[in-house]
Write a protein of this length. Structure first.
Length: 133
C-alpha cells in the first residue's frame, strides 16, 4: 500500500494531474464492469463443471463457491498459483487423483487461453484502429 501511495503521489507530482480528470468513470461504468466480472466468474465455473463432470458430479453452485474462495486466496499469494492450488486441494478433498486434479485445472487454463485468443482475433481490427489513430 505504501508503494502504491508513493507511485500515486509521484505521478501526481510529475504530471500535475487533477483528480477531477477521472470523472469519466461514473457509477454506471463501475456497475457494468462488476456485472461482467461476475459473468466471467460464472462462465469459468460452468467451464470447470463441464470438465469435472466426466469424473465426478459436483454441483455448479459448489464450484462457483470454490472459484470465489480461490480468487480470495489468490489475492494473498504471489501470482495465480494460489488460485490453482486451492482448486487442486479442493479436488484432493473430494478424493480425486492428483493426476486428474492437475489435468482438470490445466485443461481449464487452456480453454481460458483459447477464449482469450478467440476474443483477441475478433477485436484485433478495432484494437489496431484505436492505437493507430
Amino acid at each position: 500500500v505504501l508503494l502504491i501511495t508513493f507511485i500515486f503521489f509521484y505521478l501526481y507530482d510529475q504530471y500535475k494531474t487533477d483528480l477531477n480528470d477521472f470523472n469519466f468513470l461514473d457509477l454506471n461504468t463501475y456497475i457494468f464492469c462488476i456485472f461482467f466480472i461476475f459473468i466471467g466468474i460464472f462462465l469459468q465455473s460452468f467451464r470447470w463443471f463441464l470438465i469435472l463432470r466426466k469424473k465426478i458430479f459436483i454441483p455448479i453452485s459448489s464450484i462457483t463457491v470454490v472459484i470465489f474462495k480461490s480468487l480470495f486466496i489468490s489475492t494473498f499469494t504471489p501470482s495465480i498459483l494460489g488460485f490453482d492450488a486451492f482448486r487442486f486441494f479442493y479436488l484432493k478433498k473430494k478424493k480425486l487423483s492428483n493426476r486428474f486434479s492437475a489435468f482438470s485445472i490445466l485443461i481449464d487454463r487452456f480453454f481460458g487461453l483459447f477464449i482469450i485468443f478467440l476474443f483477441l482475433t475478433f477485436f484485433l481490427k478495432e484494437i489496431f484502429i484505436y492505437y493507430l489513430k
